[in-house]
Design a protein around this ligand. Sequence first.
Ligand SMILES: Cc1cc2nc3c(=O)[nH]c(=O)nc-3n(C[C@H](O)[C@H](O)[C@H](O)COP(=O)(O)OP(=O)(O)OC[C@H]3O[C@@H](n4cnc5c(N)ncnc54)[C@H](O)[C@@H]3O)c2cc1C
Length: 479
Amino acid sequence: MTGPVPETVDLAIVGGGITGLAAAWAAHQRGLRVKLLEARGTVGGKIRSEHRDGYLFEWGPNSFMGSATAIWQLIADLKLEDEVITGAPPGDRYIYRNRLARRLPRGPGDFFKKDSDFMTLAGKLRMMAEPFVFGDARETDTLLDFARRRLGPEAAQYLVAPFVSGIYAGDAEQLGARDAFPQLWQWEMEAGSVVMGALLGKKAAKPKTPKRRGLFNFKNGLGTLPFAIAAALPPDSVRTATVVNEIAGNADHTWTLHCHATKDEAATSQVRAKHVIVAAPPQIAAQVLPADPALAPVRAALLDVQLCRVAVVHYGGTDAGHVAPQGFGMLIPPGEGLRTLGILFPSSVFAGRAPEGHYLHSGFLGGARDPDAAELPDDTLFSLVQRAQEQAFPQTGGEALGHEFNQVIRWRDAIPQYRVGHRDRMNQARTTLQQAMPGVTLAGNYLDGISINDSAASGIAAVERLFAASNAVSARRSS
Ligand SMILES: Cc1cc2nc3c(=O)[nH]c(=O)nc-3n(C[C@H](O)[C@H](O)[C@H](O)COP(=O)(O)OP(=O)(O)OC[C@H]3O[C@@H](n4cnc5c(N)ncnc54)[C@H](O)[C@@H]3O)c2cc1C
């Protein structure tokens, strides 16, 4: 069906998560006409905050860090500083081991204290020997290989493996050290040790503006940011409830995006653009590319990216006895007999997450090692998380904490897994795509890091890449 030729915008963006929105904002600031197309009814993607019954909970990400420069730049651009809230000063973090939550040291002075029982003395001494262990970084190292070599088997099992499931919901035996934590791997590669590399890196780094320390969110949750970006773009720049099906090339070097309304496949529309950023998850990116054989390796690489399933279990209630554990949260290493990956304590970190005198906690299940857990019924998920909390913090069991609030959220495409060789495969895919489809590029959390900051930076970098390439072409044409 052919309709009137649509207006041509400078940049069309597929996907209105933080990647696509940051790209839209960067392009708008360059004076470009943008059209962002989002399948869901609202923008934000994984970022979504909800108020219910006096609780404020996050569907996906729960905080960003002081070092999140792309996010802080967006906050400054959008004048959102007054909305930002700072997390309580570095609170306790726990590791579950041998049927109890063990507090991690608050600082180096605590490390060898008698009550610091998260690792054995032998395990701690082995960890301290890191600078003296021969550097042997290899591109094929899994995170577990790397952690065992640098820190020893105990730290690998009780610190690194749970840390990895806390960030990636991932499996340390599958993730690549160079892919998932490139800076740590690079330090070993260059200085023979992570500690030495970090120290040398610090010395060589030029003095920067003082960094903010800690964790941050907004008074009304992280959802504040995507909505603020969408609202600051010119009217008509963002179209929600619109699914992009295919990107097709035109003879005049522009691209046409074929779309349909989310709720009505027959309601089709088209958007024509000089440039396109595909900021949707990798499997969707593979689907929307044209069926050109030159793109077969790109599609294969995108379809091969593993996205893990995660269930987030929020629960809350009264805490009349002030017994709810305080601090950031607890991580649970694999092999400790619990299916829960970890529990965060949002009401202990950020103000306004639960009514006065109440607590809000969030458990995580599923991930790369136990994906089916994310599909369990709500009641089962809730009792698994309760069991984990009551076992780890026995004083909070029984009647001590009230339970009046439950909310389960399931993500089927929660977090991309940076398996061994992932970054090389993605860089290759991006290069091949740009050669086969000049003016079209990829951005998102599966390319340059998974945090909301990395995702926003990936969107901004995509704009810079496209317009640097297009300026070079214009310069060649006019010379
Ligand atoms: C449970 C959880 C906890 C997390 N915790 C943290 C944290 O504390 N801190 C942190 O920094 N990061 C965290 N992350 C990671 C971070 O939230 C994500 O990596 C990031 O938000 C991804 O942004 P994105 O824009 O790349 O992708 P997404 O947010 O997935 O956005 C992609 C968008 O594309 C849209 N789309 C899909 N198909 C189409 C189509 N055909 N047409 C148009 N649009 C389409 C989708 O609807 C979606 O809105 C967490 C993630 C999860 C799931």
